[in-house]
Unconditional design. Structure first.
Length: 265
């Protein structure tokens, strides 16, 4: 079976940058199957969320997640030679390899699920388009078992925790996936609540299943995103805002990923 390479980046939907990066990766893996996932510009939270969602759930055993979302916010001073955040390598417990830039929350969702977290000793500059020009040879070497470029262990405490009250993603139906973990909300099903996002407050119902609400009702319920944790038979689930028959995203005035979500019980 050929390798599966998942490219997660903030280039933009349909941006030829995905094709350019794919060409470089296919130089060394000509039979690989490459999938693209575009996240909002500079959204390290969405990047980290999808690294975990795709990396920690069942999929091809021979899998590489190659990610690039580098806002270059680690240093506010002027950049020399297009230098940016450093490259990292993570090996997940299921054998999935993750190579990409350590920026913001990119590693936050997987830091406690990785067997190994290391820096990669490649140039932090040299190109405005490092994910095409600098990083692919390092990713290739690592996937092929050449670990000479691996550097220091990353300290998990230096990687930020996942914020517990943010928008992680908005899907094509207008459902709002949040970083709120289902077990943290201890309410009986069908409890009336209110939700604030930005300047908009909406009545809602806390539900144990999104479709267990009437048409036109906004529900906060365990969604389709999450993954198994350790030996637990119950997977971790993130809460999702769902407007049956409509769009929760429209209801809240089209909020952006990373905006705060406040539950008012």
């Amino acid at each position: 079976m050929s390798m599966c390479i998942i490219v997660i980046a903030d280039y933009g939907t349909g941006d030829p940058a995905f094709t350019e990066v794919t060409q470089r990766l296919l130089l060394d893996f000509p039979d690989a199957r490459v999938q693209w996932l575009s996240v909002p510009p500079f959204s390290t939270l969405a990047t980290g969320f999808w690294i975990a969602q795709l990396g920690l759930n069942p999929g091809p055993s021979d899998r590489l997640i190659y990610h690039n979302c580098a806002p270059r916010q680690d240093d506010p001073e002027a950049r020399r030679d297009n230098e940016g955040e450093g490259l990292t390598y993570a090996l997940l417990a299921n054998g999935v390899k993750v190579v990409g830039v350590n920026a913001g929350y990119t590693l936050s969702f997987i830091k406690d699920h990785a067997q190994e977290l290391r820096s990669v000793n490649v140039s932090r500059g040299g190109s405005q388009f490092r994910s095409r020009d600098v990083f692919p040879p390092a990713a290739t070497a690592i996937v092929q078992g050449d670990f000479r470029l691996l550097g220091d262990l990353l300290q998990r405490e230096q990687i930020p925790d996942v914020p517990a009250d943010r928008i992680a993603w908005i899907d094509g139906y207008g459902n709002i996936k949040t970083t709120m973990v289902a077990p943290t909300v201890n309410l009986p099903p069908q409890t009336s609540i209110a939700i604030r996002i930005g300047n908009v407050v909406s009545d809602a119902v806390y539900s144990d299943g999104s479709f267990k609400v009437p048409e036109g009702t906004l529900a906060l319920a365990p969604g389709s995103s999450g993954w198994s944790v350790g030996d637990s038979t119950e997977p971790l689930r993130f809460l999702e805002l769902f407007l049956r028959g409509g769009s929760a995203w429209e209801r809240f005035g089209r909020p952006r990923v990373n905006q705060q979500v406040t539950l008012i019980a």
